[in-house]
Design a protein around this ligand. Structure first.
Ligand SMILES: [Zn+2]
Ligand SMILES: [Zn+2]
Ligand SMILES: [Zn+2]
Length: 254
């Protein structure tokens, strides 16, 4: 099953305008180190997970039809690409009711009439949609009340996406259990150190993978102020984890 990490970065992307840090300076010189805002393409589902503000650039390269859109939470870097989806007449959005409210507002303000459907997901409940099943689980992630991740079952494979999450997820037994037996876990690894109730640092992202033991882990949503790419790769390797530090347009076959 083909999966493409369209964007591997966090809120401000790398390079962040006017920033002179090592990662930003390097990304300006060598495009392979650029990180656009987080987004994922699931080929079999023709689905985008999190239409980021860089969606136009992502679609331009992807050049494939999208039919479904799953959104983890209504923060700018995960939802601002909704108006760019206007090139698709028919779409189905899946998310929590609160997130769908923002989707509908963006549609009304910038898109207009379309055959777009909105499917509301409650946290902690599996829902079946014929060829795939989805669990939307809540994550601790400020600011705002609503944030979550997904577990998606499709074609005999099970894919987990943490979305943005604080380190408290490591103590959430129920969520940890839903994240076991995964073929792929896409884990946020935003900063060098965790920020309570907000984001995972490197150590806690690695811990989450050690606790849930997926077949393959991909680390994403990496901020410009995290360690340079090769240092992150070394940290993953030293732990003996089957994991890849994400890059934009990383292709996976699971
Ligand atoms: Zn984010
Ligand atoms: Zn920077
Ligand atoms: Zn967020």
């Amino acid at each position: 099953m083909r999966i493409i990490l369209l964007g591997s970065g966090s809120y401000s992307g790398t390079p962040k305008p006017f920033c002179g840090c090592e990662n930003c300076t390097r990304a300006r010189r060598f495009p392979i180190y650029r990180r656009t805002r987080f987004s994922l393409y699931l080929g079999k589902l023709k689905a985008i997970v999190d239409p980021s503000p860089d969606l136009h650039y992502h679609l331009e390269h992807l050049n494939e039809k999208v039919e479904q859109v799953l959104i983890t939470h209504p923060h700018f870097d995960h939802i601002a690409g909704v108006p760019e989806l206007q090139i698709f007449e028919k779409l189905t959005f899946y998310s929590h009711e609160e997130t769908l409210r923002v989707v509908k507002w963006l549609q009304e303000a910038f898109v207009g009439e379309k055959r777009w459907e909105h499917v509301s997901l409650s946290f902690g409940e599996w829902k079946s949609f014929g060829n795939f099943n989805v669990l939307h689980f809540r994550t601790p992630h400020k600011p705002g009340d609503v944030a979550g991740g997904f577990v998606i079952e499709i074609g005999g494979k099970k894919i987990g996406i943490t979305g943005d999450t604080g380190p408290e997820i490591l103590k959430d037994e129920k969520t940890l259990e839903s994240l076991t037996d995964l073929d792929l876990l896409v884990v946020e690894m935003t900063h060098r150190e965790s920020i309570p109730g907000t984001h995972l640092g490197v150590e806690d992202a690695l811990r989450l993978v050690e606790l849930t033991k997926p077949e393959l882990a991909v680390f994403a949503h990496i901020s410009h102020n995290n360690y340079p790419h090769e240092i992150l790769e070394r940290k993953v390797m030293e732990r003996g984890i089957r994991g890849i530090v994400g890059r934009d347009f990383l292709h996976l076959d699971i």
